[in-house]
Design a protein around this ligand. Structure first.
Ligand SMILES: [Fe+2]
Length: 362
């Protein structure tokens, strides 16, 4: 039993250590929980550097990822004065992070006396290791001397292993997503081949839709939705018989009823992927008219139809008019432009038609 003033001091020290350990465990738990519930790598890495800066006592914490012969700063937290100096790329030699990559070991140093121009006096860096390969570094810097100990090294290594898991999870997710999209693209080109006799219809619709998105200066996120929605807009035609898709004559009522189901069937296919829900409105409404009507039946009219669907409708119609179909020859450029003008304000959004026509006349 500890007694007296010295005993109290020791108890306080133990309490302080336990509290620090509890803080560290809480931070680790938060990071781990985010890894399992989030798929956004940037946000995950931001969370890691923020937590590390608090727990490991750092003025700056940063993550560099290996890219060929460079270490590229992925994210940083803390003093802007220091991060501004350290941002960008680091060569894979002649610096402490490069040494951590090469040796696969944690490295720490401390400058006992202040050195002019140096922004920090203590540094601790640990390699990020994924399946025995070094993929980057996690680094802490502190303005104080001797800020890091063997214990800080162990703490930082724990966070580094979490960061490596986050990066690996995201990489695997991105790979799965890419494989799925590539399969869908292949499917879209097969559908194009049996539908329009031109295997690259979806590809051309995508290029035109992105041209329009650029004219309208849409943000990157919407452009990305448009890119994939254009590629996959007719994926629902997979269930339609080839005799209907390539019929060189007007469709019967029953055949039209089948054809009109393709946006909804497409959405059902997209939903199964689980990560393409952003594309649903564009695919579902690409045959809905601006002033109402079209298919599927919806109460959404005019500007309430998502802009991606309104752009897709114009790009799809223009590319279809400019292609040979089983029942008609392709229209000339002037004929297609006249048709867009004729349907502007009824079938198509006039603002988007105007922007597109300006682009075509350039
Ligand atoms: Fe369609």
């Amino acid at each position: 039993m500890l007694k007296g003033k010295r005993g109290l001091q020791k108890l306080k020290l133990v309490e302080k250590r336990l509290k620090s350990h509890a803080d560290e465990l809480t931070a680790l738990y938060e990071v781990s929980r985010s890894i399992t519930s989030s798929i956004n790598l940037d946000k995950m890495l931001e969370l890691i550097v923020k937590k590390v800066a608090t727990i490991v006592n750092a003025d700056v914490c940063m993550i560099h990822l290996l890219n060929k012969n460079d270490l590229v700063l992925k994210t940083s937290y803390g003093s802007k004065r220091i991060t501004c100096r350290l941002k960008g790329k680091l060569p894979l030699k002649g610096n402490v992070m490069a040494r951590a990559v090469k040796t696969k070991m944690a490295i720490r140093f401390s400058e006992p006396r202040p050195v002019k121009k140096e922004l920090f006096r203590s540094l601790l860096t640990v390699p990020l290791i994924e399946k025995e390969n070094v993929i980057g570094t996690l680094t802490c810097c502190c303005k104080k001397a001797c800020a890091y100990t063997k214990a800080s090294e162990a703490e930082l290594s724990l966070f580094a292993s979490q960061a490596a898991v986050a990066i690996e999870n995201t990489r695997l997710f991105e790979e799965t997503k890419l494989n799925y999209l590539n399969t869908m693209k292949l499917l879209a080109s097969v559908i194009d081949a049996k539908d329009t006799h031109t295997e690259d219809h979806s590809e051309r619709v995508m290029r035109t839709a992105l041209d329009i998105a650029n004219i309208l200066r849409l943000p990157d996120k919407q452009k990305s939705v448009l890119r994939y929605a254009s590629m996959l807009h007719d994926i629902g035609k997979i269930g339609i018989d080839i005799s209907i898709l390539s019929k060189p004559a007007p469709l019967t009522r029953e055949e039209w009823a089948q054809m009109k189901r393709h946006p909804k069937v497409g959405v059902d296919i997209i939903k199964r992927a689980g990560f393409l829900d952003d594309l649903i409105p564009a695919i579902l409404y690409h045959h809905v008219k601006y002033s109402g009507g079209g298919y599927p039946a919806t109460k959404k009219i005019k500007s309430k139809i998502p802009i991606e669907a309104r752009i897709l409708a114009i790009a799809d119609a223009y590319e279809a008019m400019r292609s040979d179909r089983p029942y008609r020859k392709r229209m000339s450029r002037d004929e297609a432009i006249s048709e867009l003008k004729r349907c502007s304000g009824t079938q198509f959004d006039p603002r988007i038609v105007n922007a597109f026509l300006k682009y075509l006349n350039r």
